[in-house]
Design a protein around this ligand. Structure first.
Ligand SMILES: Cc1cc2nc3c(=O)[nH]c(=O)nc-3n(C[C@H](O)[C@H](O)[C@H](O)COP(=O)(O)OP(=O)(O)OC[C@H]3O[C@@H](n4cnc5c(N)ncnc54)[C@H](O)[C@@H]3O)c2cc1C
Length: 270
């Protein structure tokens, strides 16, 4: 196979404003964070941006803060740092556990929160936590409720040149994430995030469909009785789920039910 010739320029902005200015000057360019998706995509020539704007050095994107009732995480924080952060483990252990299940150690030491949610891979874990916890995504231009941020397969509410700066995760009373990983990539074949708040219960499913989605029937049942038995009889329809070389839609639908029960059991066991 002969290589398609390709060259790109590389810029390292010193601030978010400079990153935006670089983008405005080269609208086909791409922001580079952990490079875990973008670089392999470029190697395969599925993306050939003329310029990379490397935002991985921006200190403004690297913080974890415990605030009243929420944990705020900068978009540039790497998965390994979220998984081990004492603030996260204390307030939302389910989030630390979810992030600790992403890929392998190499991926977790490079991949970032912002890169993961901007990419919105249907099998990514983070979208489950954002929608399951009802998080808010902050960008250089706006704020989005997680329910509005993830709009479809590999698509989000982000406009061209808009940079995710942080995500605020509300602290639940109880929560857990159960994932059935693809044994090779560790991506979710089905992952279910369950969270209980004073206002109600949220159930978010990732990996099974084209984009993260909620299961209102499970949310209602768990609000009445937060126990694995409450979701045992509730199934999701395979109609809109993914069917590929890894698993059929029917198998994924079955996994959603099993993972939901496991997540509730884990949440109760803490
Ligand atoms: C082998 C392997 C296994 C993996 N397994 C899993 C898994 O099990 N679960 C899982 O969830 N993920 C998995 N991933 C994905 C990984 O966790 C990364 O989160 C993901 O690759 C993208 O993050 P990144 O920081 O590397 O972004 P990059 O690859 O640098 O960027 C990805 C995209 O996001 C854009 N972008 C980056 N940061 C921002 C920002 N702040 N604002 C706006 N746009 C931005 C970029 O322009 C680019 O389009 C895996 C990846 C690999 C290579």
């Amino acid at each position: 196979m002969s290589m398609i010739p390709y060259a790109f320029s590389y810029r390292r902005p010193k601030s978010l404003a400079e990153a935006e200015a670089f983008f405005a000057a080269s609208p086909e360019s791409r922001f580079l964070a952990g490079g875990q998706t973008l670089i392999p995509t470029m190697k395969m020539r599925l993306a050939m941006p003329p310029e990379l704007i490397d935002i991985s050095g921006l200190a403004d994107l690297k913080f974890i803060r415990a605030e009243a009732g929420q944990i705020v995480i900068g978009a540039g924080v790497k998965h390994a740092d979220v998984a081990t952060a004492p603030e996260v483990r204390k307030a939302i252990p389910a989030l630390a556990e979810l992030v600790g299940m992403i890929g392998d150690p190499a991926v977790r030491h490079m991949g970032t929160l912002g890169g993961s949610i901007a990419n919105n891979d249907p099998a990514a874990d983070y979208p489950g936590a954002l929608v399951g916890l009802g998080a808010t995504v902050k960008t250089t231009r706006a704020e989005y409720a997680a329910d509005e941020f993830f709009t479809g397969m590999f698509s989000t509410a982000l406009a061209d040149g808009e940079i995710v700066t942080s995500v605020s995760f509300p602290v639940p009373k109880m929560a857990a994430y159960a994932k059935f990983p693809n044994p090779a990539s560790r991506y979710a074949m089905a992952g279910v995030f369950v969270a209980m708040f004073a206002e109600g219960v949220r159930v978010a499913v990732t990996g099974a469909g084209s984009c993260v989605f909620r299961v209102p029937a499970m949310e209602k049942a768990l609000a009445v009785s937060f126990a694995p038995a409450a979701v045992a009889g509730i199934s999701v329809s395979p109609e809109d789920l993914n069917s590929d070389i890894h698993a059929s839609a029917e198998y994924r639908a079955h996994l959603v039910g099993v993972m939901a029960g496991r997540a509730v059991a884990t949440a109760l066991s803490r």
